[in-house]
Ligand binder design. Structure first.
Ligand code: 6GU
Length: 259
């Protein structure tokens, strides 16, 4: 069985464990499809007060996370991975990618999630305060990733966003292997609308084609709805979408009407 092992260097391990322990990711942990190893950087402070931050050289507002606790935390995780791989045939993929969550990184996307889903281990580094001493970042980080153009207080929520997106691509995490593929963004089109019972709700009825039982018609309708929806909501995605001539005409007619 394929298993993805997430390791998170953080000052708030509870935030990681609690979020990942719920819903689909929680079930995936119990089933052994993924593992989550949230390690508290504070445990590597190396002093009684447990301080992991200090004033920035050169002055300025806020505090900076010290290099050594982050480095010791990283070494601890490397040791855990090495120990787990003792005696196994493949010995794990090395070097393990270390992802630093920062607004300065490349923007996370479905393609990047697919790339990370092929790894056996991923280490996330979550910063807090005004940042982390640059020297330890240079020493251990391989990837710089942001989840969008806005500023958050720390890297934990971005790490959770990435782990959620990656987890659902790990074989066995979703019930049906089709749904990860059909959904929005795979194939650059948004998902078609969904309906469940009752057939009539507050003057609104389920599109009759969905009740027809005609599989060819259904497939055509799903595809058409995806094209319409993408043209209306995210026309930028259509540039990379593979459309038939007919679908391209449909998309263009919708966008011409809008402008
Ligand atoms: Cl990865 N970190 C922080 N602090 N803010 C962000 C972000 C990351 N991505 C978007 N905003």
């Amino acid at each position: 069985m394929i298993k993805m092992n997430f390791h998170v260097m953080t000052l708030f391990p509870g935030l990681i464990d609690n979020a990942m322990g719920e819903s689909i990711t929680g079930r995936a942990i119990k089933a052994g499809h993924i593992s989550v190893n949230a390690v508290n950087i504070r445990d590597f402070a190396g002093n009684r007060s447990g301080s992991v931050d200090d004033y920035p050289y050169g002055g300025g507002a806020g505090m900076v996370m010290k290099a050594e606790p982050v480095y010791m935390c990283y070494k601890h995780i490397c040791g855990q991975i090495q120990e787990r791989n003792q005696g196994t045939a493949e010995g794990g993929k090395l070097p393990v990618r270390v992802v630093y969550l920062t607004p300065q990184g490349r923007t996370f996307c479905q393609k990047l999630a697919e790339e990370y889903a092929g790894e056996e281990d991923i280490i996330f580094l979550c910063g807090h305060y005004e940042g982390i001493d640059e020297r330890v970042i240079e020493e251990i980080v391989t990837d710089y990733v942001s989840i969008g153009d806005y500023v958050l207080t720390g890297g934990e929520l971005p790490a959770l966003v990435m782990m959620d997106a990656i987890s659902r691509l790990v074989p066995g995490v979703l019930n049906n292997c089709i749904s990860a593929q059909t959904e929005s963004f795979s194939g650059s089109l948004l998902e078609y609308p969904q309906y469940t019972r009752p057939e009539h709700w507050r003057d609104r009825s389920v599109p009759p084609v969905l009740l027809s039982g005609n599989h060819r018609k259904l497939a055509e309708w799903y595809r058409e709805q995806s094209v319409i929806r993408t043209a209306l909501m995210r026309p930028d995605l259509l540039e990379n979408a593979e459309l038939t001539q007919e679908e391209r005409k449909l998309a263009d007619s919708i966008n011409n009407k809008k402008n």
